[in-house]
Ligand binder design. Sequence first.
Ligand SMILES: [Fe+2]
Ligand SMILES: [Fe+2]
Length: 207
Amino acid sequence: MNRLDQIITTFDLGLRTVFASPHAARPYPGSGPEADLGEAERARAAALMRVNHVGEVCAQALYAGQALTAQNEQVRAELDQAAKEETDHLAWCEQRINELGGRKSLLNPLWFGGAFALGAAAGLLGDKWNLGFLAETERQVEAHLDGHLQQLPEADAKSRAVVEQMKTDEARHAQTAVDHGGAPLPSPVKWAMRLAADVMRQTASRI
Ligand SMILES: [Fe+2]
Ligand SMILES: [Fe+2]
């Protein structure tokens, strides 16, 4: 692809991620019966799933940035597989938000743009750091999802099933990035990433 094609493809992905409803290739993990949740529990679950949805909007952008910059064809193919699973996550989170009567973040265009810029910047540093950044992101997402499993209402088996499957997938994505040569990031970088993710979580839980 030439540069203009790449820009158009990315812009198209951004529009589809933010404004369209994606289709999952795999079955929805939360297909079981709906629990009888109280209003407050339902609102809490919807807010948590909105935060997860924002994470998946960012994953779309990050993987698009990676695909643009990955230098090795095999790495690109593996990342493509992970990116497809991220689309499942995006679709599942949206479906769950709808089932709970919640709404998506109003700032999704901003999240997409910011994550794409970060992904592309990491890509400029070469595959080793690019993949290291990806692995660390996936690990932090896995830990974050684990935290959500503590916070989601115990009875909300549908949200929990979605988050459980995402967590399993993110751990595999992290391993894929490491297997292809992702380097461990310096501690201050990991710390800054956690801080940025915290700001995103706090904001997305409200807006
Ligand atoms: Fe994901
Ligand atoms: Fe992932």
